[in-house]
Design a protein around this ligand. Structure first.
Ligand SMILES: Nc1ncnc2c1ncn2[C@@H]1O[C@H](COP(=O)(O)OP(=O)(O)OP(=O)(O)O)[C@@H](O)[C@H]1O
Ligand SMILES: [Mg+2]
Length: 474
């Protein structure tokens, strides 16, 4: 058959129609199949060209008129399109040299009622220079991402130091001292504590004060990575490891942390299969990227954190004991805020200063302070910070009143007990006792420096003198 077949009719012959192509005006179908941006060839089950879009004329040096009715190999000797008729397997994204240029093609078998009736060949990008442009743009974007990732690391790296850790209670001082010692060693450190106790803060400070503070600080939140991405995120992958992978491969977090520090936050959420791999990395000091058989040496310092009681997670078989021993060489156990209540006034003052937006100096009323001293703080320092932040917004003047406080659990006072569990209470007495204790603590931590103590308490010096007199603290 030498004549040119109308494109729409060719398609109707070849395609299993699920809707009525005949309803589409032929000019539209022709434009769809035959335009300067697409390149399509349809062959029948014998490999005979039944349709060829005119953009192919320049590629194969043959007119559409001459091509129709000839075997595909006569027009394109290197083609594989006719082979698809036998294999019945689509070949998508294959490269092929046409007119000295590498092209990306798709070859699709077409079947009807279970029988092959033809195949379609398509250049996926008619103009390969466009493809090159696209790759170049991706390269530029990746370069930008690398740059911002680095900047972000810098930002993270110097975000907190030990100076940012507030608290003067004996417990807090002891924990801080231990953490400073831990920072100076190069061993794995584990930071444990309830949510909001400052684990991340400590991890940053340990990195900052550590031997490797000039090198990368790579943070990994184990609870935030989807399961299927864990391995490639942590250990990286080689080029061509899987579909969708970056053509050059990608380094994992451990590689990025080489010579630096890696912080595995929420390590209690690490899936068991990843725990096995992590153990290997810690023992062998090498990582094996996905799709690679050659391990890469890595040298890093590990800091991990969890708010889970790992021992109970271990007893449930969800965390490996051998890994626990490896990562838990030095444990920094952060106390919940309810156990270091003496830190509350200092923390309040710290946040009042840190969170002020208009350089206004906020103070806290005695009643508000006393309520904060009694509260149980299930959300620890984070909750305290949030309560202060909110109170500063709703406060009428520059002093925070009891009414401005909103706790997450309004009744969670004392040691988790209801304030009225012992029957009635005398509010005045509670306030006074708390006030007295707080004053005493402020004086203690300021080593009897009254100016400092007044500042910690957010009250005026004369106010402090009056109250000291009232409680016999002078
Ligand atoms: N001792 C502290 N001094 C000053 N700020 C603190 C202190 N402890 C915690 N914070 C602040 O409280 C907030 C929560 O701290 P962080 O994120 O480190 O807690 P976390 O223990 O990691 O909590 P989670 O388990 O929920 O992740 C942060 O804004 C942090 O800066
Ligand atoms: Mg955290």
């Amino acid at each position: 058959m030498a004549g040119r077949m109308p494109p729409a009719a060719a398609l109707m012959d070849a395609v299993d129609m699920r809707y009525r192509i005949t309803d589409i005006p032929e000019e539209l179908l022709s434009a769809l199949l035959d335009n300067p941006y697409e390149s399509l060839i349809l062959i029948d089950k014998d490999g005979i060209i039944r349709f060829m879009s005119s953009s192919n004329e320049g590629i194969y040096n043959v007119s559409v008129k001459d091509a129709i009715g000839r075997h595909i190999t006569e027009v394109s000797p290197d083609t594989r399109l006719h082979l698809v008729l036998e294999t019945d397997k689509a070949e998508i994204g294959e490269s092929m040299v046409l007119k000295d240029k590498k092209r990306i093609v798709a070859r699709l078998p077409i079947s009807k009622d279970g029988r092959i009736i033809g195949a379609a060949g398509k250049l996926m990008f008619l103009h390969p220079e466009k493809l090159k442009e696209l790759f170049e743009r991706i390269d530029v974007l990746e370069h930008h991402i690398d740059y911002y990732r680095h900047e972000l690391n810098q930002l993270y790296g110097s975000k907190y130091s030990f100076d940012n850790i507030i608290g003067q209670s004996d417990k807090t001082r002891a924990v801080k001292a231990l953490a400073i010692k831990a920072a100076a060693s190069d061993s794995p450190v584990m930071v444990m504590g309830e949510s909001g106790t400052g684990k991340e803060l400590y991890a940053h400070a340990i990195y900052e004060a550590g031997l490797r503070h000039k090198n990368a600080f790579i943070r990994v939140n184990c609870a935030a990575i989807p399961n299927e991405l864990f391995e490639s995120e942590l250990f990286g992958y080689e080029k061509g490891a899987f579909t969708g992978a970056h053509p050059k491969g990608k380094p994992g977090k451990f590689e990025l942390a080489d010579n630096g520090t890696i912080f595995l936050d929420e390590i209690g959420d690490l899936p068991l299969n990843m725990q096995a791999k992590l153990l290997r990395v810690l023992q062998e000091k090498e990582v094996e990227p996905v799709g690679s058989r050659t391990p890469k040496k890595v040298n890093f310092r590990l800091i991990s954190a969890t708010n889970k009681d790992l021992e109970s997670v271990i007893s449930k078989g969800k965390f490996r004991l051998d890994l626990f021993y490896r990562i838990n060489l030095l444990t920094i156990q952060l106390p919940p805020l309810r156990e270091v209540k003496e830190d509350i006034p200092v923390l309040i003052n710290h946040f009042l200063k840190e969170l002020t937006r208009d350089r206004k100096t906020y103070t806290i009323s005695d009643q508000a302070l006393s309520a904060m001293m009694q509260y149980n703080w299930p959300g620890n320092v984070r909750e305290l910070k949030n309560v202060i932040e909110r109170a500063m917004i709703v406060a009428k003047g520059d002093s925070i009143a009891f009414e401005d406080l909103q706790f997450s659990k309004q009744k969670s006072f004392g040691n988790g007990q209801h304030l009225f569990s012992k029957g009635t209470i005398n509010l005045k007495q509670v306030l006074e006792t708390t006030e007295r204790d707080t004053l005493a603590e402020a004086l203690k931590i300021s080593q009897n420096n009254r100016v400092k103590a007044a500042r910690y308490l957010g009250i005026h010096r004369t106010g402090l003198y009056q109250k000291m007199k009232k409680y016999g603290l002078d």
